[in-house]
Design a binder for this molecule. Structure first.
Ligand code: ZN
Length: 318
């Protein structure tokens, strides 16, 4: 049984607009971030936020949970971002009052919904009394960030062609008449880091007890693994209707841990990340608590990544 899993890789995307900051007039602005390289030099590069990539994973998790017949709350069943807080049946559970312990409510969250269990939720509102109960996410995703010197963004002119509406745009932002607009397209190699704390699936954050039977827990773990795989196969961010990204390549390393040692990761922003990770695995496996518990699987291409993740999923399911 894997306790944790990390993915570090370099994803090559062409001509995407998966994440944008907003628009100035009729010009859409993409996400740009500042990073510092190993030599201490600053670079401004295109990036897709971790919020967007987590949203992508959760969208796939909804499909995986439905396919596996896993329980979903009324909020997650319709992909409501408020998740279980939008489930009035849950928020008004009979028998829950001001004396009810937060750990009992948290146990109810885990039992009722696989997405709140895996992806986390902050429950605010009145359940007997005003509460703020955090269900922490079982997985963590960082910015998917362009490698300096290997990423580019340009802005392209587009027009909505209306044969009888030339020059009749209202000028007030309405989608009427013939509009012209500028939209960015970015291409490059993007470093991605993902960490899955599989041991947290089904585990109550307060009591630390697992609230699920083993078959249900395994089923949720395999759904989560599959949703992470699907997020790289189909990154369902913004503007896919006309800027479906060309996914050209994905290379990197998956590490796993069967002990309390974390599955290690080094960002692909470091050009030597593969060699660094190899040494990290050897170093951790040499510790008395983790002897032989850390494994690394390299992948060179999206298909190889999918094969490795499918193998891990099969091992977790059996
Ligand atoms: Zn839910």
């Amino acid at each position: 049984m894997y306790q944790s899993l990390s993915i570090s890789g370099l994803l090559t995307l062409e001509l995407h607009a998966l994440n944008n900051e907003g628009a100035e007039g009729n010009t859409m602005m993409t996400r740009m971030v500042d990073i510092i390289d190993q030599q201490g030099r600053k670079h401004t590069v295109n990036a897709v936020s971790g919020d967007m990539f987590k949203h992508i994973v959760v969208e796939h998790l909804l499909g995986a949970a439905r396919s596996a017949g896993l329980p979903l709350c009324a909020g997650c069943a319709v992909f409501n971002a408020n998740r279980i807080c939008a489930d009035q049946g849950f928020m008004n559970t009979p028998g829950w009052g001001k004396e009810t312990l937060d750990s009992v409510i948290l146990g109810g969250v885990i039992e009722r919904c696989a997405i709140d269990d895996c992806a986390g939720i902050l429950i605010t509102g009145k359940i007997g009394k005003e509460r703020s109960i955090a269900r922490k996410s079982c997985f963590e995703i960082g910015w998917v960030v362009g490698r300096p010197g290997a990423v580019t963004t340009d802005s392209y002119f587009h027009a909505k062609y209306v044969p009888e509406g030339r020059g009749e745009g209202s000028g007030q932002g309405e989608n009427l008449g013939q509009n012209i607009f500028h939209r960015p397209a970015s291409s490059g190699q993007y470093a991605a880091v993902v960490n899955l704390d599989l041991y947290k699936v089904g585990r109550n954050d307060i009591t630390l007890a697992c609230g699920l039977g083993e078959p249900e827990r395994r089923s949720r773990v395999t759904a989560l693994l599959r949703s992470v795989l699907c997020a790289f196969v189909k990154p369902t961010g913004a503007h896919r209707n006309t800027q479906n990204p060309h996914v050209v390549d994905f290379e990197g390393i998956i590490t796993t841990s069967t002990s309390s040692l974390p599955a290690p990761t080094v960002s692909a922003l470091n050009k030597d990340y593969v060699a660094e990770l190899d040494r990290l695995v050897v170093a951790l496996n040499g510790l008395s608590t983790g002897a032989g518990s850390i494994a690394a699987r390299k992948f060179n291409g999206l298909a190889a990544f999918a094969e490795q993740m499918a193998n891990i999923e099969r091992q977790e399911a059996s």
